[in-house]
Ligand binder design. Sequence first.
Ligand SMILES: Cc1cc2nc3c(=O)[nH]c(=O)nc-3n(C[C@H](O)[C@H](O)[C@H](O)COP(=O)(O)OP(=O)(O)OC[C@H]3O[C@@H](n4cnc5c(N)ncnc54)[C@H](O)[C@@H]3O)c2cc1C
Length: 327
Amino acid sequence: MASSLIDRPAGRSGLAAAPATLERWLTGPRFGPLPSRSVREPPPLLSFEFFPPKSEALETQLWTCIRRLEPLAPRFVSVTYGAGGSTQERTHATVLRIVRETSLVPAAHLTCVGASSAEIEAIARRYWEAGVRHIVALRGDPPPGTPYVPHREGCAYAADLVALLSKIADFDISVAAYPETHPEASSPGADLDNLKRKLDAGASRAITQYFFDTAVYLRFLDRCLAAGITAPIVPGIMPVSNFAQAVRFSALCGASVPGWLGELFEGTENDPETRRMVAAVVAAEQVRLLQANGVDEFHFYTLNRPDLTYAIAHILGVRPRVAADIG
Ligand SMILES: Cc1cc2nc3c(=O)[nH]c(=O)nc-3n(C[C@H](O)[C@H](O)[C@H](O)COP(=O)(O)OP(=O)(O)OC[C@H]3O[C@@H](n4cnc5c(N)ncnc54)[C@H](O)[C@@H]3O)c2cc1C
């Protein structure tokens, strides 16, 4: 379903004096339009990521976000696990409240950092007993400023965690993937081998680190296929509403920030309204382009703010369901 590249006329056709726009139209590449989509077609599958709140005010913000997004009936919502396992109890409490009070299917993030296999097993069993069937299995990051050191009696890498979880119960397991290669990987090929190991160990899908250049993700899909990876590689979408913060985040996690993105946000530092509109357009263009390339699963990093995610889901063709449908 790639968007069609329409044949361009050969040669520059002697247009030296033509206006620049006309010359570009006649001599540059021409792309077909993004395909229009009927809302009667099945909507894409969405999932939403939240982080556990640190304070009462943030708890209210999170639950406003969850309630706003719930009618979009995502296939699951995931709750992150703070660096170094620092949010273990808050993650657990948030996941359990989702089970108790919503129609949503929760996925709990779980990391290897600072935990023995016995501790990980106890957490996983607690989730299973509470009815949680989906785990996002990660190595995790150590607290800022410290290098990653595997726990002596724990899992060194996410692949080991997937293997451990698979032995504990029949969890649905998601893992992380890096279209721009994980910053600590010895090479892109080694990182891809690692992704394959995680899937072979029992994970059923990968969710990608966010990216801004759609071509980077599409090339990554080609590399995954060439490496024999056929599990879904769900693109992680980060709607950017605070550009400066996105630049800081991206430097830490190895996502590149294209120059054009900075130029789009330039001058909006003190203009939140324009910034939000730019943010919506950037994310909408990204998901529409992915959709035009046949992508029909998306994972949104909501940052516990619903508005951009809701609007982009709408653009993707997702409509709220009434309570009776969600059941
Ligand atoms: C969708 C998503 C959700 C996330 N959620 C969280 C979260 O909730 N909490 C959190 O703390 N972090 C989270 N992270 C960040 C993640 O924990 C970090 O990126 C972390 O540095 C790597 O985790 P991983 O599961 O990808 O690790 P792994 O897959 O274990 O890989 C880590 C690194 O080790 C390399 N490697 C793997 N196996 C070997 C081996 N045998 N020998 C040598 N090198 C090896 C890999 O190539 C890679 O460079 C998330 C990331 C993503 C994409």
